[in-house]
Structures are given as structure tokens and as C-alpha cells.
Ligand binder design. Structure first.
Ligand code: ADP
Ligand code: GN1
Ligand code: MG
Length: 373
């Protein structure tokens, strides 16, 4: 019943976009994102494209116009660059204009919607299956950063201010702990201690940035592996989910990708014994990434990559736990303890990454032109 009502709502939203053909929708959510809502719209006319409709979470992305401008500028820049690349399989997302001539539609309830062409025959992976996929993914994100490395970063707005600033995240965490809005603080002492014991180590990228050792570049900032589309031959063909493309440090992108690649289990695995490191996948991603990004990275940036590998699961745990303490208002949850389960899974992953530090550094050194040790 609910899905039907939703499908009817979506039909009404779709009427506001300049699409070809006629689409149908089940009204069911597509993909596994924690913030926006995504719907796949199949075209009844087989020669016309399918579409992907998204409701942008405007509680998280407060300036949808600035966000859309960022995406538009980046897509155009990439499109121009890719046209001049020999033998590239890469595609860029194509935004569908709304009838109001904007690239989004605001409905009467104040929700913001946008539409992309659905890239035919593509797939994404929540969990990486093969080394080929990991290496391809590394190449794709490396190339994404490389292609944008000469774009003027000041053209882009910060869609979420301090998004990957760990001091800001820890500040919010400490506040949430003190305020204890959901009455859960007493139950998470073990996780709190684990987090607080690592503050000095985890602020190192921030400090390197402050000391002028790391340049701000245009980065993706949500390099979960499922934000790469693959074709049926497992070739990476498109980087998606561009809401957080803005100036940042490259180690954030590397670390967030590794967070989702090296983990043999899901981000929210409740059985911690299933969370293990798949080091060959780490090596494959690093190889692909440095084959592309190695062309422009400085030695300090390459040194920062491993710091990013530790920082991103840590920051993710801090963010999940903050949300748990505040009563789950940010990330979508499927059950009451979901954010706590996610926190424990990220911290478990981090512990194992720490135990393998020397091995991971060795691998990064192997594929870097710089002497790292
Ligand atoms: P979210 O912010 O919710 O993660 P995404 O933009 O990543 O939203 O989209 C969710 C999923 O939808 C992706 O993981 C991917 O599988 C699929 N997807 C997104 N954009 C496209 C597209 N243009 N063509 C085909 N599939 C897409
Ligand atoms: C959110 O929307 P989604 O699922 O791609 C979050 C990311 C987190 C991720 C954790 C805007 O991304 O920062 O890394 O969940 N996006 C935002 O899975 O907060
Ligand atoms: Mg996504």
C-alpha cells in the first residue's frame, strides 16, 4: 500500500522534468545510501533512457543551489577533459533539467529532487569481490582526482562545512556525550575510551594541512566503493554521488575508499568475527590509484595516505556514535541500535588496520615513486 502511494507521488515529481519517453516506477528505494532517497525509473519506451530520481536531503545539504552548481561545474569540466582522452571508457553523469530550467525541482512540501540519466548496463558493489574490481576502482578515483587537479578549487562551495575536519567531528562527539539526549552515554564507555585514546594520532592530517604540508585539492569526499559504476566486464566507467565534491585532502578519499574495500564484511556487520582485512584488495586498489594519482601527488601527500586509512574508519565511527548519542537524526537506520553496531564495526576494522600498519605501508611504498620509510 505504502509503495503504491509513493509511486503516485513520484509520478507527480517526474512530470516536472524534461524526460524522453514515459517512465514507470515501483516507488521502492534504490541503492543503499544513508542520506538521499534514490528511485530507478524504467522507461516504457525501450529506445529511450531509464532515469534515476533522487530526493536530496536538504537537512544535510542545506544549500541545494550551491550543491547543484558544484556538480554542474565538475561534470562539465570532466566532460571536456574526457573528450580529449584517447581510448577512455569513462562516462560522466548527465543531469536532466527540470521544466523550471533549473537542474532540480522543489516540490510543494519543500523537498528537492534531481534526475540523472541511468547508465545502462552498469552495476555497483557494496562489497568488493575481486582484485580486478579493486584495481579498476583505484584507477577510477585516481583519474577522477587527476582530471580535476587543474580545476580552480575556489569555484566550488563547501557543501558541508568541516565535513572531514576531525577536530570538528570530535567536538560534536564530546558535546553529544555531555548532553546525552538519547540517554545512551553510559552504555558506550568502551567505545568512548577507544576513541579518546587516539585523538593525537587522528589529528595528524589536520595538523599537516595547517602546517602547509598538504594542498587542498578537489576531492570526492564520499569514495565508498559503491560510488563507482562498473560495466558488465567489471571495468569502472563512472564516478557517481557527487554531492560532497569540494576542496579537501586526497588522503580522505583514499582512506574512505579503503575503508569499504579492505573490509571483508558490510559496514554494519554485527558479527565482529566476520570483519577481516582483505590485504590483496588493498594492494590492488593502491596499485590502480597510484598508477593515476601518482602523477601529481607530492611526497607528503603520499605519506598521508596511510594516515587516511586509519582516520576514515575512525571518523566514521565518531560520526555514527555521535548520531547514536543524539538519537539517530542524521544517518538512516533500519533498527534502534544500528548506529551503535556501525560504530563497533568501524572500530573493529580500525583495530585490525592498526595491527597491519607495517604491511600496508610496505604496499604503498611499492607502488609509489617516493621513498617513504
Ligand atoms: P546515495 O547518495 O544514496 O548513495 P547514489 O548517487 O550513490 O546515492 O546512488 C545510489 C545507487 O544508485 C548507486 O550506488 C548506484 O548503484 C546507482 N546509481 C546512481 N547513479 C546512477 C546512474 N547514473 N546510473 C546507474 N546507476 C546509478
Ligand atoms: C553517507 O549517502 P551515502 O550513504 O553515500 C555519508 C558519508 C558516509 C557514509 C557512510 C553526506 O554517504 O559521509 O561516509 O554515509 N554522507 C554524508 O556509509 O554524510
Ligand atoms: Mg552513493
Amino acid at each position: 500500500m505504502k509503495a503504491k502511494a509513493r509511486a503516485a507521488d513520484i509520478k507527480k515529481i517526474v512530470e516536472n522534468f524534461l524526460i524522453s519517453g514515459e517512465v514507470e516506477t515501483s516507488g521502492l528505494n534504490y541503492g543503499s545510501g544513508h542520506i538521499n532517497d534514490t528511485y530507478c525509473l524504467n522507461n516504457k519506451q525501450p529506445l529511450e533512457p531509464d532515469y534515476l530520481l533522487q530526493r536530496i536531503n536538504h537537512h544535510v545539504f542545506k544549500d541545494v543551489l550551491a550543491l547543484t552548481d558544484n556538480i554542474y561545474l565538475v561534470l562539465n569540466y570532466l566532460k571536456n577533459k574526457i573528450q580529449h582522452l584517447p581510448h577512455s571508457d569513462l562516462q560522466v553523469l548527465e543531469l536532466i533539467p527540470a521544466k523550471n530550467k533549473m537542474l532540480y525541482h522543489k516540490d510543494e512540501d519543500g523537498n528537492y529532487w534531481r534526475m540523472y540519466v541511468f547508465i545502462k548496463g552498469s552495476k555497483s558493489f557494496d562489497i568488493v569481490e575481486t582484485e580486478q574490481q579493486a584495481e579498476e576502482g583505484g584507477r577510477a578515483f585516481g583519474q577522477f582526482q587527476a582530471l580535476l587537479s587543474d580545476m580552480n578549487a575556489s569555484l566550488l562551495s563547501e557543501t558541508i562545512v568541516d565535513f572531514h575536519n576531525i577536530l570538528f567531528r570530535l567536538d560534536n562527539f564530546t558535546k553529544a556525550l555531555k548532553e546525552n539526549k538519547a540517554g545512551r552515554a553510559a552504555t558506550v564507555q568502551h567505545e568512548v575510551d577507544f576513541i579518546l585514546a587516539r585523538v593525537a594520532q587522528m589529528r595528524r592530517i589536520y595538523d599537516m594541512g595547517q602546517q602547509g604540508l598538504l594542498p587542498k585539492r578537489i576531492t570526492h569526499n564520499d569514495t565508498k566503493f559503491n560510488n563507482i559504476l562498473f560495466n558488465q566486464d567489471d571495468k569502472a566507467i563512472c564516478i557517481i554521488d557527487l554531492d560532497t565534491v569540494m576542496p579537501g585532502y586526497i588522503a580522505y578519499d583514499f582512506g574512505d575508499a579503503i575503508r569499504t574495500i579492505i573490509n571483508t564484511a558490510a559496514e554494519d556487520e554485527a558479527d565482529l568475527s566476520k570483519i577481516k582485512l582483505n590485504v590483496p584488495l588493498f594492494e590492488a586498489y593502491t596499485k590502480g590509484y597510484l598508477a593515476e594519482a601518482g602523477k601529481f601527488l607530492t611526497v607528503e601527500e603520499v605519506k598521508s595516505l596511510l594516515l587516511g586509512v586509519f582516520l576514515l574508519p575512525y571518523m566514521q565511527a565518531v560520526r555514527f556514535l555521535t548520531d547514536y548519542l543524539e538519537g539517530d537524526h542524521y544517518f538512516k537506520i533500519a533498527y534502534p541500535e544500528h548506529n551503535l553496531v556501525r560504530t563497533k564495526a568501524q572500530l573493529h576494522l580500525l583495530k585490525q588496520l592498526e595491527e597491519h600498519e607495517a604491511q600496508l605501508l610496505e604496499i604503498i611504498s611499492t607502488y609509489s615513486i617516493y621513498q617513504l620509510k
